[in-house]
Design a protein around this ligand. Structure first.
Ligand code: ATP
Length: 237
């Protein structure tokens, strides 16, 4: 579903991602963890096709994000770490705008908007301009928009930040459902308890380099993910 091969990206002299390799298969919720500045957002933006990288290749369903960006972008949805949406639009206008971009039929978009806005208790707010939304409401809107075109791959950067417990629980169920239907999720998080419970596989990045990856059992063994993460961080100091 997603193959990252020898990805490297530098900002000037600073190597943000260094020879990173990852393979995410259908059915997998893949967590991406690392300290602040480790290179998670740079990796996710490279996969999403919004940041040019220096070396390596990224394939979505076998297609290169560099040479076939449109085909790739039809397959996935990307939720950035900060839901900077169009403040002047109303929620419903924004959702219709996204549905238009992805060619979602009128009937499908109506069904899905009704379903997800209902679940996230956002229905009444959809008529409000996004400028009047709280951070959590913007995050809910970004999540609904990502799910609108039924993407097979969903990329998310810190998706749980700002969500209330009910919305966070709902999102976890939606992530699992995407994978049960043959899709895949690749997301970054600092909340290791969530990663430990939710993820099938996990990758730990440090200073732009992948230092551990595999199934949750392979990575953490009998310890907690937090213990393993802190131990690996300690080894590097
Ligand atoms: N636009 C930029 N210009 C210069 N350096 C950058 C830029 N964006 C990121 N960096 C640097 O690249 C490195 C990786 O940053 P990145 O945002 O990918 O980390 P992250 O793992 O997502 O961090 P966080 O958990 O804090 O969001 C950091 O050292 C950061 O300072």
């Amino acid at each position: 579903m997603l193959r990252i091969e020898h990805l490297s990206k530098a900002y000037g002299e600073k190597k943000a991602v260094d020879d990173l390799n990852l393979h995410i298969a259908p059915g997998e919720i893949y967590g991406f963890i690392g300290h602040n500045g480790a290179g998670k957002t740079t990796t996710l933006k490279s996969v999403a096709g919004i940041l040019q990288f220096d070396q390596g290749e990224i394939y979505v369903d076998g297609k290169s994000i560099r040479t076939q960006p449109l085909e790739c972008k039809r397959t996935f949805a990307y939720i950035p770490d900060n839901p900077d949406l169009y403040d002047y639009m109303t929620g419903i206008k924004y959702l219709n705008f996204v549905a238009d971009i992805f060619g979602v039929s009128a009937a499908d978009r109506q069904d899905r908007i009704r379903q997800y806005a209902g679940l996230f208790e956002l229905t009444e707010d959809l008529a409000q301009p996004i400028a009047a939304y709280s951070h959590g409401m913007k995050q809910k809107l970004a999540i609904i928009s990502a799910w609108l075109h039924r993407p097979r791959l969903i990329l998310m950067d810190e998706p749980f930040v700002g969500l209330d417990p009910k919305a966070a629980h709902l999102l976890k169920g939606m992530m699992r459902q995407v994978c049960d239907e043959g899709g895949a999720i690749f997301f970054s998080t600092h909340v290791l308890e969530v990663a430990e419970k939710l993820c099938d596989k996990v990758a730990i990045i440090q200073g732009g380099r992948l230092i551990r990856s595999g199934t949750m059992e392979e990575v953490k063994g009998d310890d907690s993910l937090e213990d393993v993460f802190l131990e690996l961080e300690g080894e590097s100091c």
